[in-house]
Structure formats: C-alpha cells, structure tokens
Design a protein around this ligand. Structure first.
Ligand code: SF4
Length: 327
C-alpha cells in the first residue's frame, strides 16, 4: 500500500507500509547530488551516499554493474558536500544510510570515519549505515580499523561470495579464493559487523553445479554469516559471461537444475543465518531463519520440483525470468 506524505520541507516522499522509500532521488539529483547506481534491495529506504565510484576490481565475468565506470575515490570535501545538500532537504528523514559504490572499504579508514561521523551528525534519526565490501579487502584491513569503523556506526557489510568452489571462483575471475572468502567473512564478524553474504545459483553452469553447491555450503558453514542472500544467474548484456553464452562457451543451468542446486545448498547448511531470496532473479521466494525454517524451505522446494516434473509447461514461467535485467 503506497501513500504520499509531506516532510518538513514540503517535499513528497513515497511511503510504503509506513516506511519511507528512495530518499529524494529527484530533488537531490537536480542539486548535483551523486547517487551510487546500485544498492542492495534491503537498502530501498536508505539515504544513498557515494564514497567511491565504480568497482576497483571490475573483472568478474558475470557482472555488468560498473563495467563502464572508471574507478574513482571521491574527496572528503565532495562527499561532505552531498551530505550537507541531503541534510538541507531531508535532515529528519533517514533512519538508514548505504554507502557505495561496490567496495567502500577500499577508502582510507580516516576518511570513512569522517564520513560516518558527518552522517550521524547531520541526520539525527540515523540508526545504521551499511556498505558493499569485497571479502579480500576486509581480510587485508587491520582489525582495529574495522572495529573503529563499526564503533563509528558502520553496522553491516554486504559481500559477494557467489560460490565457495575454487575452480568456479577462478573461472568467473572473482579475484578471491574460498580461503580468502572465509578469512574476510570471519574477520568482518570479529570486527563486530553484521555480515550479509550473497550466493549466485547457476554460476557453476551445467558442469559444476554439484561442486558449486557443496563447496558453497562448506564456506557458508565455516563463516555462519548473519544473512545469506540468494540470487540466480541471468547473464546481463555488458558482462563478459553474456558474450560467452552467446558464443556457446557457457551453458546456463535449467530451472530444474537451479532448484536442485538450491535444495542441495539448503540441505547442507548448518548455520544460524537468516536465509533470503530477496531478488527478482530468483525462481522461488525461499525465506526463513536457519535452522528453524530449514525443513519448510526444503518442502517448498520439493513441491516446486514435483510440480515441474508433473507439468513441464511450468518451465516456461520459470524461463520468463531470463528476460529480467539488473542482477
Ligand atoms: S561482482 Fe562485485 S567485485 Fe565483481 S566486478 Fe562486480 S562489483 Fe566488482
């Protein structure tokens, strides 16, 4: 249910189920505010702030997000300028903020501490700030610096694991080994952060789906992150994998295999994480708390697999997902 309300500056803000959405995109844009182009779905109601532009790695085969954006570090002056502009319009509004782009932890810790301090100073109702981060960057960051950032109010890190399979990680050019993923994940937890790990169903293709599933379970069980977020691979135009698929160098898994893969992963999990498939690319809404909801999630998957075997025409519905964009 959507409503419109007026904030103190008489601007219109969309409210969904009592939550404020997409803070001031239009009004801030026209004042030169620099928005990060991507944010996790869970940050839909957050103030979005850009600390860097693009991705310092930018080599993953499946990713098209920042391919045309050269990596840049923004100056503290520029970032503070955006904070001040946003505060002039929306000081009383944000409860959450997300800092982008793809790996804000590459910024110097002193700069991030200044940014966090400004955010909490200018927005009195702010409760949490979150960011994307690469596992390798977390692993390299000094633990004391991570703790300082956490203490300054950086609460949650969103990290792309994609797979725990060493060969698949190499193939997709993720730039991290399973060991580095585990090291980064555990260090984030040791630093006090809430850790949100993303896994990518289908990234092992037809050939390595079992290895992908089993090794992903192994890494997730070792880290036991606070959140496990699932996405399903839909190669995007602009990504190297999209071209490889066109040339016949990569075969996309069938929807049935994706469901089998999800089943194998969930079955193997021994974690206390919240499991979320909060993305439009996924075939099924599989959400719950582990281990409490594990059986019911497995039952939903078994039912979906049974339905698919009894009525193969359902495959077409699943395949429609391929036309979705913006993974
Ligand atoms: S998946 Fe993440 S690390 Fe890899 S290129 Fe995309 S933004 Fe960069």
């Amino acid at each position: 249910m959507y409503n419109f309300i007026n904030d103190q500056q008489q601007s219109r803000i969309i409210v969904k189920n009592g939550e404020r959405m997409a803070i001031g995109r239009l009004r801030l844009k026209e004042r030169g505010y620099d928005f990060p182009p991507y944010r996790p779905p869970s940050e839909a109601y957050s103030l979005l702030l850009r600390v860097t532009r693009g991705c310092p790695w930018n080599k993953c085969l499946f990713c098209s997000m920042y391919k045309g954006i050269p990596f840049e570090r923004r100056s503290l002056q520029e970032i503070k300028g955006d904070i001040e502009v946003a505060a002039q319009l929306y000081r009383e509004v944000p409860r959450w903020a997300f800092i982008g782009d793809s790996n804000s932890l590459v910024a110097k810790t002193d700069l991030l501490l200044e940014v966090l301090s400004s955010l909490y100073e200018f927005f009195p109702h702010l409760e949490r700030v979150t960011s994307y981060a690469r596992a390798k960057t977390i692993a390299r960051k000094d633990l004391d610096e991570l703790r300082k950032l956490r203490k300054a109010g950086l609460v949650r890190l969103h990290v792309g694991l994609e797979t725990g399979d060493a060969e698949t990680l190499r193939f997709i050019r993720k730039g991290a080994t399973p060991g580095e993923m585990i090291e980064g994940g555990l260090k984030a937890k040791e630093g006090g952060f809430e850790l949100s790990l993303y896994i990518l169903l289908g990234i092992g293709g037809m050939e390595r789906w079992r290895e992908h599933a089993d090794s992903t379970v192994e890494v997730l069980n070792k880290i036991d992150p606070h959140f496990i977020r699932v996405r399903t691979l839909i190669p995007q135009p602009g990504s190297p994998l999209f071209e490889m698929r066109k040339r016949g160098e990569f075969t996309l898994s069938s929807p049935e295999l994706i469901l089998e893969e999800a089943r194998r992963i969930i079955l193997g999990l021994k974690v206390t994480s919240q499991f979320l498939s909060d993305h439009i690319s996924n075939y099924l809404p599989l959400n719950g708390e582990m281990p409490k909801d594990k059986q019911s999630i497995l039952q939903s998957l078994d039912q979906a697999l049974l339905n698919l075997r009894e009525d193969p025409s359902l495959l077409e519905d699943y395949r429609q997902k391929e036309f979705l964009r913006h993974l």
